[in-house]
Design a protein around this ligand. Structure first.
Ligand SMILES: Nc1ncnc2c1ncn2[C@@H]1O[C@H](COP(=O)(O)OP(=O)(O)OP(=O)(O)O)[C@@H](O)[C@H]1O
Length: 386
C-alpha cells in the first residue's frame, strides 16, 4: 500500500488506484456506525463555527452526539484519495485497542461518498498548537506537566509496540499528533499511517510515510520500517517538549536551526541545561531535564539497534533504570545527506533538491502551520546522491 512522506507537515501522496472502501470495510468489526444525519445534526450541518481543525485528511468539527457526548468529528475531504486508505487503516488499527494514552475512536460513518471518523473530544488541542505553537495558548506547561506528557506518550507507544499483537508501528509520531485532554494527559492520535508488524518480522519494507524532521534516517532512506523508527520520532518529540521548540526552525541563525544537532553539541560540551525551555523560568529539576534530553539522544541514535525499546524508555524516564551516558552515540540526521532526490509522479520529472531546500520548504516555526490544502504529489523516492 503506497504511503508517502509529509515534508514538514506537507502531505505527499501518490496517484494510483484506490481500493473500494466498501470492499475493505467488510473485514472491520467492533465499530459503531453513525448515520450521516446524526453527525450533520451533531455539528449543526458542519457549521464553520464548529470547525476546530484541518489536517491532511480533511476538516475536524466539534459536535454534540445524541446523548450529549461531545465528539471530534473528522470529515474526509472528497478529493483526498489517500484519505480513503488512511480512513480504513485508522479504523482497523484503533477500533480494536484502548489505552489511556491513545485517542479513543467512538465510531465512523460510511454512507454514500461520506467517510467520517468520530473520536472523543480532547479539550486542549495538540502539542504543536499549544506548547510549540506561536503565541500564548493559555496553558501553563510546568515541568511536572511536561514530564507527565512525556511519560504518557512513552506508555502509549510502549503499549502499541509491545503489548498489542501484532505490534503496531505508528509511523507518524509528532507534536501535531499528540492531543491533550482537559487534564493535559496526552493521547496519541492519527493512526492512518500505522502498520501492523507481522510476528517474527525483523522489519517491513515499505514506502516512506511520515514527517521529515521526525523520520528515522534508515526508514527515510531505505524504507526499512521497524518499531525503532517510532522510537526515533519519540526522541525528537521528547527534546522538543523539554526545549519548548520545534525540531527545525529555519528562522534561527545557522547552527541553531536543527534542534537535534544542537542537543548533541551541547551534550558533548556538558551544557545541555542551556537548552531547557527558558519559559520555565528555571522552575524545573535540572538533573531530570538533562536526563530527558539524554534519553532523547538515546532514542535518536543513528544505529536503530542502539535505540532502547519503549518499555525501557518508560523506565528510564521514571528513573527506575539508569543508563550509561558515555555510550550515547551521535544522532542520525537526514541533514547528514548533502542531497535528497524526489521524483514527481505526475510528471515523472525528477527534482533534485538539497536537504536544505527541503528543510526550507517549511519556513515555519511550527510544522503544523502548513495548511493541509498544500498537498504535494511526490513519490517518496529518497536517494542518496552523494
Ligand atoms: N479528538 C480530537 N479532539 C479535539 N481536537 C481534535 C481532535 N482530533 C483532531 N483535532 C483537531 O483537529 C486538528 C487537525 O487534526 P488532524 O488529525 O486531522 O490533522 P493533523 O494531525 O493536525 O495534520 P495531518 O493530518 O497533516 O497530520 C488537530 O490539530 C486538532 O486541533
Amino acid at each position: 500500500m503506497p504511503c508517502f512522506p509529509r515534508l514538514f507537515g506537507k502531505r505527499v501522496e501518490s496517484a494510483g488506484r484506490i481500493p473500494e472502501a466498501a470492499d475493505e470495510f467488510a473485514g472491520v468489526k467492533n465499530i459503531k456506525l453513525y448515520s450521516y444525519k446524526e453527525l450533520r445534526s451533531a455539528t449543526d450541518d458542519f457549521c464553520p463555527t464548529n470547525k476546530i481543525g484541518e489536517g491532511g485528511f480533511g476538516s475536524v468539527y466539534k459536535g454534540k452526539l445524541k446523548h450529549g457526548k461531545i465528539a471530534a468529528i473528522k470529515v474526509l475531504s472528497a478529493e483526498s484519495q489517500q484519505g480513503v486508505r488512511e480512513f480504513l487503516t485508522e479504523i482497523k488499527v484503533i477500533s480494536e485497542i484502548q489505552h489511556e494514552n491513545l485517542v479513543n475512536l467512538y465510531g465512523c460513518c460510511v454512507e454514500g461518498k461520506h467517510r467520517i471518523l468520530v473520536y472523543n473530544y480532547l479539550e486542549n488541542n495538540s502539542l504543536s498548537q499549544t506548547l510549540l505553537g506561536r503565541g500564548n495558548c493559555g496553558i501553563d506547561f510546568t515541568w511536572q506537566t511536561r514530564w507527565r506528557i512525556c511519560i504518557g506518550i512513552a506508555r502509549g507507544l510502549a503499549f502499541l509496540h509491545e503489548e498489542v499483537r501484532p505490534h503496531i508501528v505508528h509511523r507518524d509520531i509528532k507534536a501535531s499528533n499528540i492531543l491533550l485532554d482537559k487534564d493535559l494527559s496526552p493521547k496519541i492520535s492519527d493512526f492512518g499511517l500505522a502498520r501492523l508488524m507481522p510476528p517474527n518480522a525483523t522489519h517491513v519494507s515499505t514506502r516512506v510515510a511520515g514527517t521529515l524532521g521526525y523520520l528515522a534516517p534508515e526508514y527515510a532512506i531505505r524504507g526499512q520500517l521497524t518499531r525503532k523508527a517510532d522510537i526515533y520520532s519519540f526522541g525528537v518529540l521528547l527534546v522538543e517538549i523539554v526545549s519548548g521548540r520545534c525540531n527545525t526552525n529555519m528562522r534561527l541563525p545557522n547552527g541553531d536551526k536543527y534542534l537535534l544537532e544542537r542537543i548533541w553539541e551541547y551534550f558533548q560540551r556538558r551544557e545541555l541545561i542551556e537548552l531547557v525551555d527558558v519559559s520555565l523560568e528555571g522552575k524545573y529539576d535540572a538533573e531530570e531535564a538533562c536526563r530527558l534530553f539524554k534519553i532523547g539522544l538515546l532514542c535518536t541514535q543513528d544505529a536503530p539497534k542502539l535505540r532502547p525499546a519503549m518499555s525501557t524508555v518508560v523506565k528510564m524516564l521514571t528513573g527506575e533504570i539508569g543508563f550509561d551516558e558515555k555510550k550515547i552515540t551521535a544522532p542520525g540526521l537526514i541533514s547528514d545527506l548533502s542531497e535528497v532526490t524526489i521524483r514527481n509522479t505526475n510528471t515523472d520529472a525528477r527534482t533534485t533538491s538539497t536537504d536544505k531546500d527541503l528543510y526550507s520548504s517549511s519556513d515555519s516555526v511550527n510544522n503544523s502551520t502548513f495548511s493541509s490544502g498544500a498537498t504535494l504529489t511526490f513519490t517518496p523516492v529518497y536517494e542518496r546522491s552523494i
